[in-house]
Design a protein around this ligand. Sequence first.
Ligand code: G4P
Length: 526
Amino acid sequence: MSTLTDEIARRRTFAIISHPDAGKTTLTEKLLLFGGAIHIAGAVKSNKIKKTATSDWMEIEKQRGISVATSVMGFNYGNYKINILDTPGHQDFAEDTYRTLTAVDSVIIVVDVAKGVEQQTRKLMEVCRMRNTPVIIFVNKLDREGRDAFDILDELEAELKISVRPLSWPIGIGEKFKGVYNIYENTLDLFTPDKQKVSERVEIDNVDDKAVDAAVGEKEAAQLREDLELIDGVYPEFDREAYLKGQVAPVFFGSALNTFGVKELLDCFVEIAPAPKPIEAVERRITPDEEPFTGFVFKIHANMDPNHRSCIAFVKICSGKFERNAPYKHIRSGKILRFAAPTAFMAQKKNIVDEAWPGDIVGIPDTGTFKIGDTLTSGEDLHFKGLPSFSPEMFKYIENTDPMKSKQLEKGIQQLMDEGVAQLFVNQFNGRKIIGTVGQLQFEVIQYRLLHEYGAQCRWEPISLYKACWIESDDENAIANFKRRKHQFMAVDREGRDVFLADSNYVLQMAQGDFPSIRFHFTSEF
Ligand code: G4P
């Protein structure tokens, strides 16, 4: 095997997603502990922004510094190279998370056993489903009282709309939590609450072994055997192919805080999770083992220091070997660029690297060259697809309050949109600019950054909108007719695509009924 195929085969690039507080940060930290990337628990600062209703923007600014460091966490585990891509916890940054999901090959979803499937998990799963991303589910906090494991499985299936297959099974819960039986490997681990130590393993041949009774108690052992029989009756055997297609999600149980069930999860994960996969470009499908380098920018992180408006562009390598100082084509500008100081993220350190492989992420210092979604190649003209914009949830008109600084405002808006902070639509009726975001916080972020980084001042004016939808039809007359009828509600996005601004669900439904030949899309990728 060539080095390239070897390097690809050992890479596992994934994200951990959850509703805030389910235990994503804790689980991430424990995975880093196993990878030897950190040595004590508590070393990873949570990048989550506190979830109070009125978030403090300065607090976020501080936390952004932390989140650069944890944006990508790379480490070796056995022969595997693992890249964990961090996703922001705060729901107002959901768009960031969606984009990060385009750069991973699989996902681990953390669910709190007491709370079950929560709203944000549901939404993120929809994004995974759109891309058929393989998911593994970790049911966390078994050391606390929570729901019955079978009920949780039913809820996962119903709420996340995916078939599940337990690969481990809890014995008791909360006060009575005794341990986990690992179905995948036929092993038994006893629970000892300890934040640093790995669990104790009992030597058994199979679940009928008397040692199980001795370890967890006769009643519990009988219950476990009954449960396992039921599982085998209800759930088909674990099928890795179905998992890789995103059709079935293996489920593990444990307690991240107590480092319990985490190693089992990790060991199974590296074995079954996919190595970097082929990626679709507009022109053709690119497989990771093609020699020429290709990659795309999925995230841009602004510097915290307002005096240096530099950013880091995060590039996901899709194929070939990435080399420092090699000439790469920036497709959007057509320019050949060389990167003297690309960084990689290993064991919590950011280092300059000479080379990187498919599945890896490199950080490239940037002063405004890159835009989210940009493609880099060894020369071929390719455009990667699949960095969708979703219809924002909130909309406001942005108005200039300092006429002397309109150029600065213009530039600031452009660059913040390039970074993917929010979406810009221009109303075709009155020419006014509308900023669409996922949450209220972004408006504060934009106003603050325009002032501090660009010296521009803006004010927000309310606009009552329900959704922005991209419209499309094979019938040009229908589009022209629609645009005439709805001219007050038509806008264009930054790529010049037509967007219908619906001010209520009712209006949207009426429009859909009146114009059956028009397709209304809620994401820009269609
Ligand atoms: P998040 O990133 O998904 O938002 O969750 P995070 O890991 O920060 O965990 C949220 C809270 O849940 C934390 O408590 C954490 O200690 C706790 N937790 C995580 N895993 C477990 C578990 O297996 N069992 C129990 N009982 N608790 C768990 P916190 O009090 O909010 O934060 P901290 O002050 O402990 O950091």
